[in-house]
Design a binder for this molecule. Structure first.
Ligand SMILES: O=c1ccn([C@@H]2O[C@H](COP(=O)(O)O)[C@@H](O)[C@H]2O)c(=O)[nH]1
Length: 282
């Protein structure tokens, strides 16, 4: 049996074709209402599938936020499953934002749900938390990568409350967040063009907080748009030409719906802005 193509390679190809923007599918009740839909499972379904059909046609990767689907109970989770399939049909990869983190044996079960071989959800990658110890993620890394899928490990998140914990110093002088980046990098050594174990680093953090130069893996950069980070902040935090940085935006794209053309135009505008910022660097 031939090995599945690795996530890092699939992501690099998708980004080369469609650009780095990661479109978030976050069905906030207020957004569902603003699309003129009822805040119930039928409204959730029309919102999430409409957003996914439009955004997944023009982006490399979409990121459904599981919490907003789980909030509707099992029928909401069934909608999430359809979002994953719809995004794949439109040609995008799917990063499920579930932020799971637990002891190793339980992580194996979470992986079976999302990114292992024959996983229930068939996502291409999932977000995980290392704050029960990075080693507790080992079963998840092994199962996801064996299936050709990826993980994005929370390192330095975009929310202001994260700083105290994630920027605390370890005995060796590194920050907690840097130790997460370094542990992810160890899994990506020698991978080409990009490893399968990414990190989450908010576009809202201060420049120079983290050294990502040896990561050799993708970086999900939320905080762009609704949380205030700009294209200039992305450049300041991540530098020019760092491969694999995926600026992520949810509310700031979704507020343009329900018109699919308006949603797609919002993606085009952000892509132009990102490209312009890159050109200014050269
Ligand atoms: O550090 C993090 C990690 C994840 N998120 C998630 O990304 C989106 C951001 O939504 P916006 O509407 O673009 O602010 C959301 O699903 C968060 O749970 C994050 O913001 N920061």
């Amino acid at each position: 049996m031939t090995a599945p193509e690795r996530f890092g390679a699939r992501l690099a190809r998708a980004v080369a074709a469609r650009g780095p923007l990661c479109a978030g599918i976050d069905p906030h009740p207020g957004l569902i209402e603003s699309w003129g839909l009822p805040v119930d499972v039928s409204g959730l379904e029309r919102f999430a599938l409409g957003a996914t059909e439009a955004l997944a046609a023009v982006t490399a990767i979409v990121k459904p936020q599981s919490a907003f689907f789980e909030a509707f109970g099992p029928p909401g989770v069934a909608v999430l499953e359809r979002v994953v399939d719809t995004a794949h049909d439109a040609g995008a990869l799917v990063l499920l934002d579930v932020k799971r983190g637990d002891i190793g044996s339980t992580m194996a079960a979470y992986t079976a749900a999302y990114v292992a071989d024959k996983a229930a959800f068939t996502a291409d990658a999932a977000t995980v938390s290392p704050y029960l110890g990075f080693g507790a993620l080992d079963p998840a890394v092994a199962a996801a990568t064996a299936a050709g899928n990826g993980l994005f490990v929370l390192a330095r998140t975009s929310n202001p409350e994260a700083h105290e914990l994630q920027s605390a110093r370890l005995a060796d002088g590194r920050t907690v967040a840097q130790s997460v980046v370094d542990a992810a990098a160890a899994h990506n050594a020698d991978a080409e063009p990009l490893g399968d174990v990414g990190v989450v680093v908010g576009a809202t953090i201060s420049p120079g907080e983290l050294d990502l130069s040896r990561l050799n893996g993708p970086v999900l950069a939320p905080g762009f748009g609704a949380q205030g980070a700009t294209a200039a902040d992305l450049r300041a935090v991540f530098g020019a030409g760092l491969p694999g940085v995926l600026p992520a935006s949810s509310r700031d794209l979704l507020r343009h719906g329900p018109d699919p053309d308006a949603l797609r135009q919002a993606v085009v505008r952000v892509a132009e802005l990102l490209a312009q910022t890159r050109e200014n660097d050269q």
